[in-house]
Design a protein around this ligand. Structure first.
Ligand SMILES: [Zn+2]
Length: 275
């Protein structure tokens, strides 16, 4: 049987972008147009076409504002996991704040689905070491019944550059937890982020395919991630700094093409499906 790779979606709306509080504070979210339903319908249609199940890391705020979207995803048999509640990077929160944010989203999602939430992904891959240390978050995840985490990117600038690039087990004083990093491509400049976001849109498709084939040869899955806004044909105008504009919208038209190619070429499952 072909190796199963991993398909994930961060379920958040177009205005959930870290570090833009000066342009759009969270107090303004309620006034932003919600565009998530149409984008999620696109994603679900694509996944249905390939009969594939994925993990959706749902932002608590989105679950509260548009519960019908979460119900729709759950009804199609996809895994519902947590993306926290308020989309603040973990290293910007105190332990108590993080725990509150985590449990608020977990309780909300479990109430909606009647199923245990066992997976977590931090906003912007923000479980880090060093200056932005937030490694303590893993202890809290284990203590609160999470079986896996997907918040450590083996990347410079936003992650832990030398972290493993394939799924692995982390030990905490409270027990073990599985970590699922995003697919990356090794290069002389360090790992390149090709598993989602701008990297998935910009690098040649053959490089992405080769990176997956490489990890599969070693017996490991490659992890792909996307966002509903990647599927938005007309993203709403927002005055983002150029770097954010590139990260969020650079060459946006190809995300769907790329995903279709990937779903044609490889087998995928949710994270829970590989545990
Ligand atoms: Zn996010």
């Amino acid at each position: 049987m072909a190796m199963k790779n991993i398909l994930t979606v961060d379920l958040e709306d177009w205005y959930h972008i870290c570090d833009i509080e000066h342009i759009l504070p969270p107090s303004g979210w309620d006034r932003c147009e919600s565009r998530i339903l149409a984008n999620v319908e696109e994603i679900l249609t694509l996944f249905r076409r390939f009969k594939v199940k994925a993990t959706f890391f749902v932002l608590g705020y989105v679950a509260e504002r548009t519960p019908e979207v979460v119900n729709m995803i759950h009804a199609e048999g996809h895994e519902i996991a947590s993306h926290g509640y308020s989309h603040v990077q973990v290293y910007k929160q105190r332990k108590g704040e993080f725990l509150q944010d985590l449990l608020r989203s977990k309780t909300l999602l479990e109430g909606m689905t009647g199923e245990k939430v066992v997976g977590y992904r931090a906003p912007e891959w923000s479980i880090c070491k060093g200056e932005k240390n937030s490694y303590w978050a893993l202890d809290l995840l284990v203590q609160n019944g999470f079986l896996y985490d997907s918040s450590i990117a083996p990347l410079r600038f936003i992650g832990i550059p030398n972290a493993p690039t394939i799924p692995y087990t982390l030990s905490t004083p409270c027990g073990d937890i599985k970590e699922f990093p995003p697919l990356v491509m090794p290069s002389p400049l360090g790992n390149l982020p090709i598993g989602g976001g701008w990297g998935l849109r910009i690098f040649p498709y053959r490089s992405i395919r080769r990176a997956i084939e490489r990890v599969n040869r070693f017996g490991y899955p490659g992890l792909i991630f996307c966002h509903p806004s990647d599927f938005d044909p007309i993203p709403p105008p927002i005055a983002l700094p150029w770097i954010k504009r590139f990260v969020c919208y650079g060459k946006i038209k190809t995300t769907e093409e790329r995903m279709t190619h990937l779903l044609n070429d490889f087998e995928f499952s949710s994270i829970k499906g590989t545990l």
